[in-house]
Structure formats: structure tokens, C-alpha cells
Write a protein that binds this ligand. Structure first.
Ligand code: 5GP
Ligand code: ZN
Length: 114
């Protein structure tokens, strides 16, 4: 999608602060971090929301979590703990409509989330 911010990052048209990438997944630091570690993990292929996932996307979504696990280890929060969040649509606060997994760490997390 040409007008999608995260597609532009996936294609290299916009260059975020990349912490991990492979053939299917890109991960970069959030521009407005909510924790000392705040990384967004995206599929390079455009999918708007969690509601748009197809049965055939299962392996791709699994790759987002495998990337999150690797990022947590390389950023030194794996043992301390970290949180992964995927917001879907307005009431959850989704603001960029290309699915992304937030990886948050480096401070204590609270529950329930706001
Ligand atoms: P959402 O609210 O959709 O779950 O999360 C979108 C995230 O994208 C937000 O945490 C926001 O700070 C981040 N974001 C928005 N624009 C940019 C940008 O241009 N660069 C980066 N690195 N992150 C962005
Ligand atoms: Zn996109």
C-alpha cells in the first residue's frame, strides 16, 4: 500500500531505527517510546488489522512473536520480563493500520493496562 507509513518502512522508502529484520518481518524503535525498550514488529506485507488475518497468515504472525523473543534477548529484557501488545481498531487505540506487535520492556509493567 503506497500510502501506508509502515509499508514505506518495509520497502525502505522511510528508514526507521531498525533492530531486526528478515525476509518477512521488520522491527524498529517506536518514535514515541512508552518504555525504555519500545520496538514495533511488523510483517513486511500489508495487513491492516488483526481482524484481517487469514488462516494462511498463522506462520507470519508466529514470526512476529519469534522476532519479539529475539529482540527481548538482544536488548537484555528477556529474563526481567517484557510485554507484547497488538492493538486492534479504535477502542484499543490502534493508530497505524498496518498490524504491528509492540514490544515493551525495561520498566515494571502494570495490570490492567489503561
Ligand atoms: P498503535 O497506536 O497503532 O498501536 O501504535 C502505533 C505506534 O506507531 C505508536 O506507538 C507510535 O508512536 C508509532 N509511530 C507512529 N508513527 C511513527 C513513525 O513515523 N516512526 C516510528 N518509529 N514509530 C511511529
Ligand atoms: Zn502497510
Amino acid at each position: 500500500m503506497t500510502d501506508c507509513l509502515f509499508c514505506k518502512m518495509a520497502s525502505g522508502a522511510i528508514k526507521p531505527d531498525i533492530v531486526y529484520q528478515d525476509d518477512a518481518v521488520l522491527a524498529f524503535r517506536d518514535i514515541n517510546p512508552q518504555a525504555p525498550l519500545h520496538v514495533l514488529v511488523i510483517p513486511k506485507r500489508h495487513i491492516s488489522t488483526l481482524n484481517d488475518l487469514q488462516e494462511t497468515d498463522g506462520a507470519l504472525i508466529g514470526k512476529l512473536y519469534l522476532a519479539a523473543k529475539q529482540i527481548a534477548a538482544q536488548e537484555g529484557v528477556a529474563l526481567r520480563g517484557y510485554r507484547t501488545v497488538m492493538n486492534c481498531n479504535a477502542e484499543a487505540g490502534q493508530s497505524v493500520f498496518h498490524v504491528h506487535l509492540h514490544v515493551l520492556g525495561g520498566r515494571p509493567m502494570h495490570w490492567p493496562p489503561g
